[in-house]
Design a protein around this ligand. Structure first.
Ligand SMILES: Nc1ncnc2c1ncn2[C@@H]1O[C@H](COP(=O)(O)OP(=O)(O)OP(=O)(O)O)[C@@H](O)[C@H]1O
Length: 576
């Protein structure tokens, strides 16, 4: 369809003619003109937010990004080789996470199928992400369905992701730069993206309601335990405190169900849930809804606060075993790293400062072919000459690890390209804090980043307890942490990630008098970290408890000997 035909069709639809467009598209076209004042004849390219804005959007969605990541990766694997891009946009329409083929990165970026592109409908016109946000349901916006002329080659399918309170929180999109087929060719894409969004909602509900009972249910017993249709979370009184979109559609088409008691919706109470746990065949776990429908239920008991992390199915082993205590997103990255270690594929490792990028690079080197030397280089301040000389000094096969690729000077970039052209016995692994875009020449980046491994920030990891114990043991041998100290560490934001945690534990070990690290032994958080809730002053608590040590210990959530130790250390004396 030519540009003029496209504009004419929009005008015809706006004047009430029926042209065969879906009603979702026609309504969006109408909004574009009537509400947003967009001009169909203007060719506007993709809108990309600034780096600072993107950082802000990502910070706002970081928990969701962490929860959704494995779902995005799985979806990308399903469509790998078919040139689809997988994007996660926040509720404002800005792409905050992305999986695409680096080969086509320039084209994808130009088309707006990239991190930081803003697909809100009032800016980009009719498009899958923006129209999905307005419509609240999954949509395919295929080629000339797009309002803007610049986007008409694209074919995009998006599904909303709702949070556990029922609010739209993100959009999952898979897009093609060019689609050869007609719109129904995207039906499979629609099923995949809806299923992936459902799984992300489920993961999100499970992550945010760990202390609650969860009842998951499906119309069929077949995939009940691995991929249920819907779920509700319940508080100790049996009230629904969270749910997936599937649950709100199944249970409350005509009314909100948050806050309702389980037994007003199902013929079930909290006491019946243990019978629906794993261990009984799924086909026997029938549950009845009050309206007469039957489903199959799977109940999950609340996690106790100190329950050990359940390791995900992908268990990294060998050189990678010490890098994760069961964080699901990290385990997926490590599983990928393990598979990539054997070949000579150049790798880019991304992650915030101190997340363990060099550590992972060394593990990949160790797991790779034997007989290679490891050549670590720091990009900042590295001259072209030193780069060439250091690599030349490594005779024979080597793994070159280049830390902080964004800091490599133009001359050193050219030198590195020349080295890579002249030697075929080198494997490169480079690291970046995510700031390399636009700072590394494209031809070099393609050579260095055949595959990317992303390390999660410490604040997003679910195995922080494990890491604290591991580092504390390494630094202080037999030391232990008091519950209060552990809770404080687990609650911090750690902008310096593992490096900062390591430093804090080293200080605490040096300050602690015995084998137990207690709250006063911990250094203050680094600037910029939100301070953990303030613990009441010990003397005030003791006075409030009439200097009864056991009562004060209960109030502060520590044991009696901890209170006695703190009293001694603070030089407090009970009143006569
Ligand atoms: N899994 C781990 N267990 C114990 N210590 C770790 C682990 N991962 C990283 N560390 C320690 O954390 C510190 C930072 O790790 P590393 O240097 O690998 O981070 P990085 O991401 O490469 O940092 P930068 O962004 O500054 O280049 C190091 O002292 C490292 O030994």
């Amino acid at each position: 369809m030519g540009d003029t035909d496209h504009v004419r069709e929009i005008e015809r639809v706006l004047s009430g003619s029926e042209t065969g467009r879906d009603s979702v598209v026609a309504e969006s076209w109408r909004r574009c003109v009537d509400s947003y004042g967009l001009d169909p004849a203007r060719r506007e390219s993709a809108h990309i937010v600034t780096d600072a804005q993107l950082r802000h959007h990502r910070e706002q969605s970081e928990r969701l990004i962490a929860t959704a990541r494995s779902g995005l990766q799985a979806l990308f694997r399903q469509v790998a080789g078919q040139r689809y891009v997988v994007m996660l946009a926040d509720a404002k329409g800005v792409c905050v996470d992305y999986f695409g083929d680096p080969q086509f990165e320039d084209d994808l970026r130009a088309a707006g199928l990239y991190l930081g592109s803003d697909w809100s409908e009032d800016l980009a016109g009719t498009c899958a992400v923006g129209s999905c946000i307005v419509a609240g349901h999954a949509v395919t916006i295929h080629q000339s369905d797009h309002f803007g002329l610049a986007h008409t080659p694209l074919s995009c399918t998006a599904a909303p992701i709702y949070d556990s309170t029922g609010a739209l929180t993100a959009v999952l999109d898979i897009s093609l730069l060019r689609s050869p087929g007609p719109k129904p060719s995207q039906n499979l894409a629609m099923s995949l993206v809806q299923a992936a969004a459902r799984r992300v909602e489920m993961a999100n509900l499970m992550a945010t309601t760990r202390r609650d009972w969860v009842l998951r249910f499906s119309t069929s017993p077949d995939f009940l335990e691995v991929d249920p249709d819907a779920a509700v979370a319940l508080d100790g009184g049996g009230r629904i405190v969270g749910l997936t979109r599937g649950a709100s559609e199944a249970l409350g088409a005509d009314r909100p169900v948050i806050g309702e008691r389980l037994d007003t919706v199902f013929d079930l109470s909290l006491d019946d849930l243990p019978d629906l746990m794993r261990g009984r065949p799924t086909e026997e776990r029938l549950v009845h809804l009050r309206d007469g429908r039957r489903m199959f239920g799977h109940a999950i008991a609340p996690n106790t606060p100190r329950a050990p992390v359940r390791r995900s199915a992908a268990r990294p082993g060998g050189a990678f075993a010490g890098l994760s205590g069961g964080d699901p997103a990290l385990d997926l990255t490590l599983e990928r790293a393990e598979r990539l270690a054997g070949g000579g594929i150049p790798l880019l490792i991304t992650g915030e400062t101190g997340t363990g990028k060099e550590r992972l690079a060394r593990a990949i080197h160790v797991a790779g072919p034997p007989g290679r030397s490891f050549v670590p280089l720091r990009a900042a301040g590295l001259s072209a000459r030193r780069l060439a000389e250091t690599i030349a000094a490594a005779e024979g096969p080597a793994t070159v690890f280049l830390r902080g690729i964004a800091d490599l000077s133009d001359e050193a970039q050219a030198a590195l390209l020349a080295v890579l052209d002249s030697r075929d016995d080198l494997r490169t692994i480079v690291s970046s804090r995510g700031d390399h875009a636009g700072r590394v020449r494209a031809d070099l980046l393609y050579r260095l980043a055949a595959a990317t491994l992303a390390l999660p920030a410490l604040r997003l990891r679910r195995d922080v307890d494990w890491l604290i114990d591991r580092l504390a043991r390494r630094i202080g041998g037999e030391v232990r942490l008091s519950p209060a100290a552990r809770a404080e560490l687990a609650g911090r934001d750690w902008p310096g990630n593992i490096r900062e945690l390591q430093g804090a534990l080293a200080t605490a070990v040096a300050l602690s008098e015995g084998p137990v690290i207690d709250l006063p032994d911990l250094p203050a958080p680094a600037t910029g970290t939100p301070v953990a809730p303030h613990e009441p002053d010990l003397e005030t608590v003791l006075e409030a408890c009439g200097w009864n040590m056991a009562r004060a210990a209960r109030r502060l959530g520590v044991n009696r000997s901890t209170i006695m130790r703190r009293v001694r250390r603070a030089g407090l004396v009970p009143p006569c």
